[in-house]
Design a protein around this ligand. Structure first.
Ligand code: M6R
Length: 606
């Protein structure tokens, strides 16, 4: 999704803005631009379709100078990903603006502005904002007053930053529904879509609240709440930058992040699994009242929720509903008394999950728990309880280590929800031993990488793939299919294997690879019969099977022997193998593994 960087400093800021954009690349984007006010007070603008590297090359040929500027990576929503639609958008030679979010009433605003002879240069929703601001400043308003006048006219979500050549001492920023954080330096102030963007220049941050407007100056910043009153927000000092952002010897962040999983799981498991305060100081009081769970999430995080439903219903014995947040938020749902709302989100900024969390607000709810990888994110801040996964920054758009650490967090949740009643199946030494053994079990799967790579070669010319799993492994099959389609662009669908004969079997022929997740559990024989049905129709099988499950490779049947594991460790372990399969298929196809087309890491718009 779009990324914003803004800087106001005594020193030159072009390189700081560029570095910020590079650090935001992981979010996904299709064009990039910078606007600065030069030392003579003139507005300079560069914007291009394509990667930040193109912008960088242009700046090398035609450098920008000055201590004030804004920069942007755009993920197209309104209008094509071309240079005209790229941000910053300008009003004459005076104002330049960058925006992340969607202005829902842009058409009405555009019509009003066009009726007043405003000429538009782009197809974007954003451009209305800069023209509304121009009207206000041309009418005599200060830049701050102009922003405060215009934002009440905007419906939708925004994080924005604007500069004015008539006021080269200030950048004004504002947020509502899209993330924005201030970075505080000495003799310089910054803003960015996330802290990663600014970690090369500061470790001190101020998280803006909904409706906040801030003025960035060399000497510091002024902050105003939605009601226009000055307000103070806490400063947060972050620890030294994590190694997560360094690619090292790996070709892609995704592969690095897959390989980091034993260490990241060990970090998450360093917590006492049966100490509920890891969910926050109010956890014991809230967990004691829980008699139902409603999980809300999107994409991979939703799959983590589907796995958790099995653990919660089986081991805790209370109802657990799981729903994609984009559906839940617009549906009249019935909340059971004593419901704990659990949101799962790597980024903590997913617009649909945040909106679902906010509407899930009624008398039956006993608390809101966020399972999240980003501290201080919007979802974390809107929750009563928080479990921070210790995945470290995840740069690859395809979620890997964030997912497996979410699974561990959800195991700890199940264990802690179950511990107070008779349902304490999880609170035993076997459970703790399984958790402790997880990093080693994942390392064993990583050792299978050469075999998985060889298996992946069979997929590169295929256009479709089916993933099958049963029980708790159906969501793992869904996650495997999502990974494959995200990064290799092969159409992949997951089914509970028992559903095969109710429709998808019609698709099976010798051109349809079928991936099966086959642990040695009570559903194994059922799954085996389902796979026979595939073989009988010429489908080529790729079976990720427990080494003791008795599958043998043969014509049309490829078997990856997986270490034996329980239903607690299995979802993590099989996921890692499927991540590697997708990675090597994408690698062989030559796609952009870390930044797949059309996708964004942080989905901050609806
Ligand atoms: O940041 P979140 O976990 O809330 O993101 C939810 C989805 O957008 C995300 O999981 C997406 O499906 C990933 N690209 C999956 O790899």
């Amino acid at each position: 999704m779009c990324g914003i960087v803004a800087a106001m400093a005594k020193r030159e800021v072009a390189d700081i803005l560029l570095e910020g954009l590079r650090r935001l690349e992981y979010r996904g984007y299709d064009s990039a631009g910078i606007a600065m006010i030069d030392h003579d007070g003139g507005l300079q603008l560069h914007k291009y379709s394509g990667k930040v590297a193109i912008l960088e090359q242009a700046l090398a040929l035609e450098p920008m100078q000055g201590g004030i500027g804004i920069a942007h990576t755009r993920w197209a929503t309104h209008g094509q990903p071309n240079a005209l639609n790229a941000h910053p958008h300008v009003a004459g030679n005076r104002l330049a603006l960058v925006h992340n979010g969607i202005i829902e009433n842009h058409q009405a605003l555009r019509q009003q502005l066009e009726a007043d002879d405003t000429a538009f240069l782009s197809e974007t929703d954003t451009e209305v904002i800069v023209h509304l601001l121009a009207k206000a400043v041309n009418g005599g308003a200060t830049l701050l007053a102009a922003v405060q006048q215009v934002i009440p006219q905007l419906n939708g979500a925004y994080a924005l930053a604007v500069i004015d050549t008539e006021n080269p001492e200030q950048v004004v920023v504002a947020r509502q529904g899209s993330p924005l954080v201030l970075g505080v330096g000495i003799g310089e102030t910054f803003a960015g879509s996330d802290t990663l963007a600014l970690r090369s220049v500061t470790d001190t941050f101020v998280y803006l609240e909904e409706g906040d407007v801030a003025v960035l100056e060399v000497a510091g910043y002024q902050l105003f709440a939605a009601n226009g009153e000055p307000v103070e927000r806490p400063k947060t000092r972050l620890e030294a930058e994590h190694e997560s952002q360094v690619l090292g010897d790996y070709d892609h962040y995704m592969l690095k992040e897959i390989h980091e999983q034993p260490a990241r799981l060990a970090d998450t498991l360093a917590l006492d699994p049966l100490d509920c305060t890891v969910f926050g100081p109010r956890a014991a009081a809230i967990f004691g009242q829980v008699s139902a769970v409603q999980i809300l999430a999107c994409g991979t995080s939703y799959h983590a929720g589907l796995v958790a439903r099995h653990w919660i219903e089986q081991y805790v014995g209370i109802p657990c509903q799981v729903e994609v947040a984009s559906e839940y938020r617009y549906r009249q749902s019935v909340t059971l008394p004593g419901t704990l709302i659990v949101t799962i989100s790597q980024s903590g900024e997913t617009a649909d999950t945040l909106a679902a969390l906010k509407i899930a607000d009624n008398d039956h709810i006993v608390g809101r728990l966020a399972i999240c990888n980003v501290d201080h994110s919007a979802i974390v801040r809107a929750s009563d309880l928080v479990f921070l996964t210790r995945a470290g920054a995840e740069i690859g758009v395809a979620s890997t280590k964030a997912f497996t650490t979410q699974l561990v967090a959800l195991q700890l949740l199940a264990a802690n929800l179950g511990r107070n009643g008779a349902l304490s199946t999880l609170n035993n030494e076997r459970f703790c031993a399984t958790l402790r053994g997880m990093p080693d079990a994942v390392a064993q799967v990583l050792a299978l990488e050469p075999t998985i790579k060889a298996m992946a070669a069979h997929f590169t010319l295929k256009h479709h793939a089916l993933f099958l799993g049963r029980g708790i492994y159906h969501p793992i099959a869904m996650e495997g299919a999502l990974k494959l389609k995200e990064i290799s662009y092969i159409h992949a669908e997951a089914y509970p294997a028992g559903e095969l004969k109710h429709g998808p079997l019609a698709l099976v022929d010798d051109d349809m690879p079928v991936v099966a997740v086959a642990p040695n559990d009570e559903l194994l024989e059922k799954l085996r019969s389902n796979l026979e049905e595939v073989r009988a129709r010429g489908g080529e099988l790729f079976v990720f099977a427990d080494e003791a499950a008795g599958f043998t490779a043969g014509e049309g049947v490829h078997v990856l022997p997986m270490p034996h594991c329980s239903d607690m460790a299995g979802p993590v372990i099989y996921t890692v193998a499927l991540q590697l399969l997708s990675y090597y298929v994408a690698l062989a196809k030559g796609t952009d593994v870390d930044k797949p087309r059309n996708l964004a890491k942080s989905v901050t718009v609806e």
